[in-house]
Each structure stands twice: as structure tokens, then as C-alpha cells.
Design a protein around this ligand. Sequence first.
Ligand SMILES: Cc1ncc(COP(=O)(O)O)c(C=O)c1O
Length: 376
Amino acid sequence: MDRIEFYKHDLGDAELSSVKEVIGSLFLTLGPRVAAFERALGHFLGQERVVGVSSCTMGLVMALEALGVGAGDEVITTPMTFIATSNAVLLQGAVPVFVDVDPKTGLIDPDAVEAAITPRTRAVIAVHLYGQLADMPALRSICDRRKLSLVEDAAHVIEAERAGVRVAELGDATVFSFYATKPMTSGDGGAIVVRDAVLFDRLRRLRNHGVSKDAASRHGGSYVHWDMVELGYKAAMTDLEAALLIPQIEHVSRRRDRRQAIVQRYERALGGRTDVDLLSWSGRSSHHLFTVLVPARLRDRVLEGLAARGIGAAVNYRAIHTLTYYKERFGYARDAFPVAADIGERTISLPLYTQLLDRDVDRVVAALDETLSALR
Ligand SMILES: Cc1ncc(COP(=O)(O)O)c(C=O)c1O
């Protein structure tokens, strides 16, 4: 029987011809396709200011810098995320301050955020884990009261809403990822959405070495000098990436709906089991990942059992404070953030993408069932 992969992209003819057009054109980077993608994504999100960048990681680094986060500042975030979130804080010379997550959702707990604020706190990064929005109204109100910036790590989200609030609606900067396993992908790539015009201009410079004018905007008449006005990065989106992304936007909602149907099929099949716990979600989740929690002592053997039965699976994520670098640098004990540690020891992500058929989902469930029964 064929292996069921953990993830398969959905790129096809529309993306191929879109990329071909770029290859036949003048600009391969920071040209008209990047601008067209920024407009199209902004239109989809109901936002005006979108900056195409090379990755969500670099987007987070630049967003923090533009928001004034620097050496010695503290940034509060969750340990139940990919390392990119807190690495971006470290790359700015700032200190990530972790707070624990809600055991029902795995999302950052706003009360814990409030309790962790010190005079050095400068910003909060909310992570929309697995596609479910964090409690943005609560976080926004804390950040407004305590004069902190609020960043949304939206690497798992394109379309999402919770209690009437959409992604990118309340954050000062919201950063998206188009990495290879994301629902909308260009292999690598990202975008930052901001609501403030000054922040927007700053981010457009920061992605291009801090240069005042990019090549496309200088093209045409006689030579126009560019100037470097601040120290920036080499982190812009290319037109090849933008060309891959543009045709995918119109399918975002339909593909999200299909992933939700798959999640619901998994939930119906697994919901009654005593040896599997499921996290809860509400509103309109992007459903980027579907995770099950199994007993910690069995987790790695369940992963082996799934692999032996031809099922791709992954771990998203072992809690960041339990990883070697963070443990050694900051001296964290496992129980500093026990809920995140527990999820990290028990979680398994199952296949979730539009090309998965109902019978594939049933095969994954059967493989999980067989594996757990064999280990009982
Ligand atoms: C929660 C989260 N934040 C940030 C990132 C970083 O995204 P990128 O690979 O585009 O830098 C990822 C990527 O997997 C992620 O899952």
C-alpha cells in the first residue's frame, strides 16, 4: 500500500505558468509580481499594508526591530511554538520571556502574559498555534494598558477568525509564512502586515538593506541614485515566489474548508478514546495542523508504529524551554512551563492537506488504533 505522506503541496499548472511569465520578464525580485502579491494578500485579509519578505523568521526579526525591540528588552511569548518565534527575539539581542499555555488549546494564556510583564517588557508575540487564533482582544487590551507592542506570529494561518476578530486585525505587526509545508507555499517566503504607515515604510527599507529605493522603482528613465539610510537586511520576497503564491490565494478558503472536514473526520473517529486527547478549537481556524495527544511514555513508540505502517507524522512541537540551547542558556527546568512541556511530550501531528482522501484519513486512524492497541 502507498505511504501516506505527512504533507503534500498543491502546486500545479496555474503556478507553473505564473512562474514562466516571470522568467520571460525583466524583474526576478522586488518587481511587479511582489507588488501584485502584496495587493492581493492585502485584499484577501482586508488590510492595506503588506510587505513581502523572504521568510516568517526574517519577518519577525524585522517587525521586532521596527517596533523598537532591541538589546536587553524582554518579549513575552509562548514556549509551544516553532523555535523561529523566540529565535527572532534573540536575534534582536532581546530576551524571550516564556509564559505557559492553556491546556485546552495550547495557546498563550493572557493572564500569564499580564503576570510576566516587567519594566523591561517591550512586546508580546502571540502565536496562532495550528491555525487557531490566540485570544487577541484580551492580549490587545493588556498591551494597550501596559504600552506594549503586539506581534502576531501567523505562520500557521492565512484565513482565521475568532469571536469576530480576524487575523492581522489587532496586532501591530502580523507575520505570515509560506514555507514548504504551509497551506499556501512558495518553498520559502513570508509577509508582514502592519496598520501603521511609518512602520510600513520602515519595513520596506529594512527588507532591502535599508536602501531608500529598490531597483524596480528606479527603472525606466535615466539612472537614479539610491541611498542607504539605515542598516537593514537582505530579506525581500522574490518575484518567482510571488508568482507561485498569487494563484493560490483564490483557493485559500476552499482548501481551508476541506482541511476542516478532514479534522472533523479525525475528531469523530478519535473523540471517544481514553488514550488520545484532542485540543479544542473554535471560530474559523486555518486548520494548518491536526495534533493528537497520546500518553508521554508511548509517544515515540507511536511515531515508530505509524512510520512502520506507512503513515507520515511529525511533532509540533517539543516545548522550546526543553531544547538544549534554551535549557543551557537560560537554565529552564521542565516544570517552568508544565502545560507546554506536557503537550510537547505527548503531541503527534497527523497528515492534514487537501489531497488527502477520506479513505486516507480512515487509514491513518486505523494505523493509530493498531499501534496504540499493540502498545497497551
Ligand atoms: C509558529 C511558527 N513561527 C514561525 C515559523 C517560521 O517560518 P519560516 O519558515 O517562514 O521562517 C514557523 C515555521 O514553520 C512556525 O511554524
